[in-house]
Design a protein around this ligand. Structure first.
Ligand code: SAH
Length: 349
């Protein structure tokens, strides 16, 4: 079998067909893959049957397969998806009353060694291709009858992986997701989150089509961030804030900062005041995340009063929200994606 089609643009699709096809075949295939979101060759009815019969034997469309799925008491679904090479990665669907969110992965595992995150324990297996990134959205949209073009659907690249260490594929996937001739999402409904890969932040800012940017801050001093996020040894907090200051926001956009609250570690009033000082000259909002616990994570979750106390200090200076944990019971919440299997879940609950 040849390479998967999902992830290719119209001209790449035309070349994948082989020599001798008119250009419109590439566009027909593009339309079928991204606008109609076909998941099997027999649905590509715009192509002649004889051509389809030939292609089905040599070109996989590239949709991921569902290897397992888990349902939370709060309605969250965690999908374990099997990719073309047999590796598996996770995607999370979070329905809400007025909007739905799909949290997708950008890598299998993650090379960034954050001390509070379960995905870090996997290490990096590999980057996802643009098609594998888009495929997660298409699969969840199909399963839950979601319309990607609607204002109700948000996609966040906050699953496994560090998206800015796979920036070319993340940007290509974003282009495919926002092309009005294809999937047709709005750039405003896609968010990419980074642990702070400083040179890639600048590069993202230069892209014509780009998601909104979220930064995982998670600490209020250089030393504390170095302890919690060893990547800070290379990319300093001071320079991260400078990169944020230089980032070209669009008129409708704010920078989002995520801050994981770890009991007794980075959750004091003094931390909150330092966060305000770090961010007050930026056009920023803050999302607080009380630690989602997991085996092997040497931190505790602060109580709701502490979270509220922290929030009230930051909220005096800038918009500050507390992210509701979703799917903790099935290991689907922020920082919990480590392919925890059904048998293990029983023991952990
Ligand atoms: N690597 C990227 C994308 C992952 S986003 C990044 O770091 O931004 C996942 C978010 O969940 C990040 O903001 C991260 O700081 C947060 N997180 C990680 N582990 C967590 C945990 N155990 N509890 C709560 N949030 C966590």
């Amino acid at each position: 079998m040849g390479t998967a089609l999902l992830g290719l643009d119209a001209s790449e699709l035309l070349s994948a067909l082989g020599p001798g096809h008119p250009a419109f075949r590439g566009r027909q295939l593009y339309e079928a893959l991204y606008r109609r979101r076909v998941s099997s060759w027999d649905q590509v009815t715009t192509l002649p049957k004889s051509l389809r019969d030939d292609l089905v034997t040599r070109l996989p469309l590239g949709w991921p397969e569902v290897a397992a799925d888990y349902s939370s008491v709060d309605g969250t679904r965690r999908y374990l998806l099997r990719l073309g090479d047999g590796r598996t990665v996770e995607t999370v669907f979070m329905p809400e009353e007025t909007r739905d969110t799909i949290c997708i992965s950008s890598q299998v595992g993650c090379p960034v060694d954050c001390k509070f995150c379960l995905t870090a324990l996997m290490g990096l297996e590999r980057n996802l291709t643009a098609g594998e990134i888009v495929g997660q959205v298409l699969l969840v949209a199909a399963r839950h009858s979601l319309a990607p073009g609607s204002r109700q659907l948000n996609v966040v690249m906050m699953g496994q992986g560090e998206p800015l260490l796979n920036l070319p594929n993340v940007l290509k996937a974003t282009q495919l997701l926002v092309d009005p001739k294809g999937v047709g999402m709005s750039e405003r409904r896609i968010t990419v989150s980074t642990a702070g890969i400083i040179p890639r932040i600048a590069e993202l800012g230069q892209a014509d089509v780009r998601p909104k940017l979220a930064i995982s801050l998670n600490a209020s001093t250089e030393d504390q961030r170095r302890e919690l996020m060893p990547i800070t040894r290379k990319w300093h907090l001071k320079d991260l804030i400078e990169a944020c200051r230089a980032y070209p926001l669009r008129p409708w956009e704010k920078l989002t900062f995520e801050y994981v609250l770890l009991r007794g570690v980075n959750d004091t009033d003094a931390d909150a005041r330092r966060v305000v000082r770090l961010l007050s000259h930026l056009n920023a909002k803050v999302n607080l995340i009380a630690l989602n616990p997991g085996p092997g994570i040497p931190f505790e979750t602060p109580g709701p009063e502490r979270v509220a106390g922290f929030q009230s200090i930051v909220a005096k200076a800038m918009p500050c929200f507390v992210r509701k944990p979703r799917g903790r019971d099935i290991y689907a919440a922020c920082g919990q994606l480590k392919r925890v299997a059904a048998e293990e879940l029983v023991g952990l609950r």
